[in-house]
Design a protein around this ligand. Structure first.
Ligand code: CO
Length: 482
């Protein structure tokens, strides 16, 4: 046995496919329709994936808002063709598939319904890594007899693991806490592609030493490191990784599965999946995806966001900043905003830059640059400082906290408990509000999660209002016309 083989853990690597979820979310603005998944669904079931991810926050949002598809129908429809491979979904803890914390009665009803329509594995995370926000959904998943994967958002304050917040010890402690809460596996969720190969090696090594449950790694290709990161993580013994089939891989999506298979062939970690079979699936995806091309970012030649290596600002956040600055006719200040973001983030307790926190930090950094530091503050920032999103990884600057909460409607003293404990039950009140337009619990939940666009969707669904052309359109070109 040579040195390299020595490092390999004995079990074959397991693969979770993300073509039907994060793949088209990352590359085609989440626009892929269920009808385009069905033609290869039966064959996807034959590949031998550990799981296929089919659902998440952006999926739910885009489907009802832009595709006029009932989000609840997708897992149900795919389940008719994919009978062996478990379905996974990404769940934002107490945020479910929305953008704020919901009361526990909503969380329970949502998880029950998601189990009923065919979700088997729930990857649950919280944007602040505050595990109190993961508690309710994790418990409910277990109560339903389904698989709960606890996820920690990977974040940094420098270019590498370390510094005073996101240390190796931080991640080890958080993952152990998730395991103690009953998680069936643990996932490191690297949404911006920040995890570098040697950090991945050290992190996986440390986690494998203390965890009894499987370890799963999710990363994005964005910065260009992801394939190297997977290889080092595999050498260190990671159990499961997320990939996409080639046409839906790379760029800001996951690494592709095909090159990984050849890399691991005849090693102890060989997943033993049939690459020729995958090439055939890739052919279908390549042909089918052509119509989604208008949704693909085409403003640059590079397939990488190599700037992320330095400023660490995720791609989605950059496009938000650019459109905000454009609206304010201040696009020339973008570099100043890049410089301001780390300072704003530090002031506010170094949260991971993930939805919805990344938008809050980004919007504040823009205002700090344009109007002076904290001269203007958004309501969401007040909510964050007040503790409504949970506990930030490091404390918010106390002087700043006082200043921001000076005229805050809820009070000046931040809450310190689990945010959902401050929320009363919501379902009955919302049921009364929507009335007969919600014909079942799925409709009701769509409305609770998205009061405006959800109600609009229900009107389309039941033919009370015609769908506008923009929603009927299959691609952007259809909207623009010939
Ligand atoms: Co992702």
């Amino acid at each position: 046995m040579d040195a390299c083989e020595n490092e390999l853990a004995p079990l074959p690597l397991k693969i979770q496919d993300n073509t039907f979820r994060d793949g088209h979310q990352s590359i085609f603005a989440t626009r892929m329709r269920t009808e385009d998944m069905i033609p290869i669904a039966e064959r996807m079931d034959e590949v031998g994936f550990w799981a296929i991810e089919v659902w998440g926050g952006a999926t739910f949002d885009t489907m009802h808002r832009f595709l006029a598809e009932d989000p609840w129908e997708r897992p149900r429809a795919l389940k008719r063709y994919i009978k062996k491979t478990p379905f996974s979904m990404l769940l934002r803890g107490q945020n479910l598939v929305g953008y704020r914390h919901y009361a526990d009665d909503v969380v329970n009803a949502f998880v029950d319904k998601a189990c009923e329509i065919g979700i088997d594995i729930f990857r649950i995370f919280d944007a602040l890594n505050d595990l109190r926000n993961v508690e309710s959904s994790l418990k409910r998943v277990k109560k339903n007899g389904k698989y709960a994967e606890g996820a920690i958002c990977y974040s940094l304050t420098g270019k590498h693991l370390g510094g005073d917040v996101y240390t190796l010890e931080y991640y080890v402690a958080k993952c152990r806490d998730l395991e103690a809460m009953g998680a069936d596996s643990i996932c490191i969720k690297d949404m911006a592609g920040l995890l570098s190969p040697y950090d991945a090696y050290n992190l996986v090594r440390a986690l494998k030493e203390v965890l009894a449950v499987p370890l799963h790694l999710h990363t994005h290709y964005t910065s260009g490191m992801a394939s190297m990161t997977y290889l080092k993580a595999i050498e260190a013994g990671v159990d499961i990784v997320d990939t996409c089939i080639a046409p839906f891989a790379m760029r800001s999506s996951m690494p592709a599965l095909e090159p990984l298979l050849v890399t691991l062939q005849d090693t102890p970690r060989d997943p033993h999946l049939d690459i020729s079979f995958l090439l055939n699936l890739g052919k279908y995806l390549e042909k089918m995806a052509a119509k989604y091309r208008p949704f693909k970012a085409s403003n640059k030649v590079s397939v990488l966001d190599e700037g992320v290596l330095v400023h660490q600002i995720p791609g989605g956040m950059i496009s938000n900043l650019v459109s905000q600055l454009k609206d304010m006719k201040a696009l020339d200040r973008l570099d100043e905003v890049y410089d301001e973001i780390p300072a704003t983030r530090r002031d506010l307790g170094n949260p991971p830059l993930v939805t919805p926190i990344s938008q809050i930090i980004g919007a504040q950094a823009v205002m700090n640059v344009l109007f002076g530091k904290y001269k203007m503050v958004t309501n969401q920032l007040k909510d964050l400082v007040y503790g409504l999103y949970g506990k930030t990884p490091s404390p918010v600057d106390p002087e700043l906290q006082k200043k921001i909460l000076k005229n805050y409607r809820r009070g000046r003293t931040p809450i310190t408990g689990r945010p959902a404990d401050y929320l009363g039950p919501e379902l009955d009140e919302m049921r009364a509000k929507i009335g007969p337009l919600a014909k079942n619990d799925e409709d009701l939940l769509t409305y609770v999660l998205y009061p405006q666009t959800g109600e609009q969707f229900l009107k389309w669904k039941y033919g009370l209002e015609p769908k506008p052309d923009a929603v009927k359109a299959r691609t952007i070109d259809d909207i623009k016309g010939p």
